[in-house]
Design a protein around this ligand. Structure first.
Ligand code: ZN
Length: 51
């Protein structure tokens, strides 16, 4: 899971070691604190090379 701010450089990602729940809570906190709109994308699954 990856969430990012549409108005500044803020983001949160499970790649940084947070759980999806923590990412969601951080996104809500950012919105509450700044009023910025936070969007999320689902990263595609890793591409497996097929030889
Ligand atoms: Zn922001």
């Amino acid at each position: 899971m990856y969430k990012y701010c549409l108005e500044c450089d803020w983001y949160a990602s499970t790649d940084a070691g947070q759980t999806p729940r923590e990412v969601s809570e951080d996104a809500i906190d950012h919105f509450v604190e700044t009023g910025h709109a936070v969007d999320s994308i689902r990263l595609p699954p890793p591409i497996v090379l097929q030889n």
